[in-house]
Design a protein around this ligand. Structure first.
Ligand code: 4NP
Length: 163
């Protein structure tokens, strides 16, 4: 009963999409008064940016919405596959990479948008090589998607408790 719902957001570098998804999801569960039910983190399939702050453009975009990204990038590790209940990938390439890393945990790995209601099968585009507008678009998309995902996870959890 006391166990938290452990949610891990994953992208390629862990400096643009997944740290943004993490703070937006946190903001939604806080708004719902359900923050204490969750443990939330993010990571990358790659480790090139290990220890770095999120991309400045994503931090600025978040700040414009009154949110601060404090996360430091890290690469996914094998323990994550055991410890997290939901491993939520931004795009199909992330899914492929994750499933190669841990075949036995495939049932925990989802395309983020597949836990939404209105964005099924949609990849969250990588804004890294684009302009500031691309970061804003991705941030706004993630805001809407993570709100729906928070509700889906809470609904699944309530059904599980009833069964
Ligand atoms: P992210 O974006 O996966 O959303 O963090 C990227 C960040 C860095 C690189 C690619 C994508 N990179 O090639 O370094």
């Amino acid at each position: 009963m006391n166990k938290k719902i452990n949610v891990l957001f994953v992208c390629l570098g862990n400096i643009c999409r997944s740290p943004a998804a993490e703070i937006l999801f946190n903001n939604h569960i806080k708004g719902l008064g359900k923050e204490s039910m969750f443990y939330v983190d993010s990571c990358g399939t790659g480790g090139w940016h290990e220890g770095e702050k999120a991309d400045k453009r994503m931090r600025q975009t978040a700040e414009a919405s009154g949110l601060e990204i404090l996360h430091r990038a890290r690469q996914i590790k094998s323990l994550d596959f055991d410890q997290f209940d939901y491993i939520l990938a931004m795009d199909d390439k992330n899914i492929l990479d994750l499933k190669v890393m841990s075949e036995k945990n495939a049932e925990k790995i989802f395309l983020l948008s597949d836990l939404s209601t209105d964005y099924l099968s949609q990849n969250i585009p990588d804004p890294y090589f684009g302009d500031m507008k691309g970061f804003e678009n991705v941030f706004n998309l993630l805001d809407k998607v993570t709100k729906q995902v928070a509700n889906t996870i809470l609904y699944k959890h309530s059904k599980k408790l009833q069964s």
